[in-house]
Design a protein around this ligand. Structure first.
Ligand SMILES: Cc1cc2nc3c(=O)[nH]c(=O)nc-3n(C[C@H](O)[C@H](O)[C@H](O)COP(=O)(O)OP(=O)(O)OC[C@H]3O[C@@H](n4cnc5c(N)ncnc54)[C@H](O)[C@@H]3O)c2cc1C
Length: 430
């Protein structure tokens, strides 16, 4: 007899939500997390001024219903991000010119959203190859490629176009995704969900092997073996594929896991004595055309004045491994160029380099880089019951976001519950 109903591996938002949904449904669950904390790509740090800030996932908007509901359940109040004033464009252009380019890039994005990812004409294309086929001015094409680098954190020469189109079609917000954040931090919310799980959560528990040789599942955590009727691997695909399985996973699933590549991102908090850019009628946002993959915004609240700088894609990969001092000087130079000399004198600069993170991949989400793997998401969502795969990447809405992780957790919990009720066999058993 297995020791429990379900083991869930990975206490990011996907695993936390799956575990709490299944526990609420009355199942005996155990959530195993490799790190000494929960949250995965959602984590926090305390700055020198005592402020707790999100060093991973942070922002959200009202168009993300499952996250909004969770925030309400835990009775916390979102802070609206500061949005009054102009955005700075670098190299400098007038706000009108900058907005005009932004609208043209957005129109190209709309063109991508209108494509059918199943169209055979689009099969095997990279994002860069699709853009090269579009009849748009060079600055619009460059702007679109820059957006992809910054948001999907990998070179458009590598990302599958049909993946990007299908992924973006599920990101449906009309309000800015940076509309708000939590004063207590998003990581605090993860900790609250974890606290409700109580003894059902085990930290410092790294699963490295899955034995699926019998009807039950056994996982190995160091030398300990733990068994359950069902197993949910709530891990990004590039992390899941590091586990060993006996017997090996069916070949189509191995191919589906191999289709993904991790992105590269670095998140920086720069703290100041006051939000001085506001006095210049600026909203704190900076859009850099060069270098590509850079974006800054205002993340001040209460007494805390600060900017967040995101570095994504090849630029982050380039800075990974170079010295912190060099990176600090680079960022402060860019901010001083955008906002004036005061920006060069922060109280503190905090850098979280996610590139090559061993437990979560290197950026906001993994992306599909195998141009022939159009069915990778479907295959992983079907899983090999009693082994199920889940992560924000596989979500039906907002993949790659915290909202996506919550939806992915709900999706997989629903699948496990219905399979338990119906006693469904694996699709690989003929
Ligand atoms: C810098 C950064 C900024 C971001 N900003 C935003 C934002 O502002 N808004 C937004 O909506 N999203 C943002 N995201 C994306 C968002 O945080 C993620 O999409 C989401 O949190 C992913 O959740 P997940 O549970 O699917 O995966 P993860 O959070 O990666 O969770 C996987 C968990 O599995 C654990 N694990 C891995 N291997 C093992 C193992 N072998 N055994 C046991 N446990 C294991 C990991 O430690 C981790 O806790 C950001 C991400 C990053 C990195």
């Amino acid at each position: 007899m297995p020791e429990r109903d379900v083991i869930i591996v990975g206490a990011g938002f996907t695993g936390l939500v799956a575990a709490s949904e299944l526990a609420k449904a009355g199942l005996d669950v155990l959530l195993l997390e490799a790190r000494s904390r929960v949250g995965g790509k959602v984590e926090s740090a305390i700055l020198a001024n005592g402020m707790r800030v999100d060093t991973g996932g942070q922002f959200f908007c009202r168009d993300m219903p499952q996250l909004m509901a969770l925030i309400q359940t835990y009775d916390t109040t979102p802070v609206m991000a500061y949005a009054d004033g102009e955005t700075v464009f670098r190299p400098p252009v007038s706000p009108a010119e900058g907005l005009d380019l932004w609208h043209r890039v957005d129109a190209l994005r709309e063109r991508m959203l209108a494509t059918d990812p199943r169209d055979p004409e689009l099969a095997g294309l990279t994002v860069a190859a699709w853009v090269a086929r579009q009849d748009v001015p060079a600055n619009v094409a460059q702007g679109f490629l820059r957006l992809v680098k910054g948001l999907w954190c990998r070179s458009p020469d590598e990302i599958s176009f049909t993946y990007l189109a299908s992924n973006d079609q599920r990101i449906t917000n009309t309000h800015s995704e940076l509309e708000m954040f939590l004063a207590e931090t998003m990581h605090w919310l993860a900790e609250r969900i974890a606290a409700d799980l109580d003894h059902r959560l085990r930290l410092n528990a790294c699963v490295n092997h899955v034995d699926r040789s019998s009807d039950d599942i056994t996982v190995k955590v160091d030398q300990e073996r733990l068994s359950a009727r069902k197993l949910i691997l709530a891990l990004p695909p590039t992390v899941t594929r590091r586990l060993s399985f006996s017997p090996a996973l069916p070949a189509p699933l191995n191919r589906a896991l191999a289709a993904w590549g991790a992105g590269d991102a670095i998140k920086v908090h720069v703290t100041y004595a006051r939000p001085f850019w506001r006095a210049q009628a600026l909203n704190g946002s900076v859009l850099w055309q060069e270098p590509q993959g850079l974006y800054a915004c205002d993340a001040s609240h209460g007494e805390h004045a600060g900017l967040v700088v995101f570095i994504g894609g090849p630029l982050a990969a380039d800075w990974h491994g170079r010295s912190r001092e060099e990176l600090q000087a680079f960022i402060l130079g860019l901010l001083a160029d955008a906002f004036g000399p005061e920006a060069g004198h922060p109280q503190e600069i905090h850098i979280r380099d996610w590139v090559a993170d061993p437990w979560s991949g290197g950026a906001y989400s993994d992306v599909i880089v195998d141009l022939d793997a159009a069915d990778a998401e479907d295959l992983l969502n079907r899983g090999a019951p009693p082994v199920y795969f889940a992560s924000s990447e596989l979500s039906l809405s907002f993949p790659g976001y915290i909202e996506g992780a919550i939806v992915a957790g709900q999706q997989v919990a629903g699948r496990v519950l219905s399979n338990i009720k119906q006693g469904i066999a694996t699709p690989w058993q003929g």
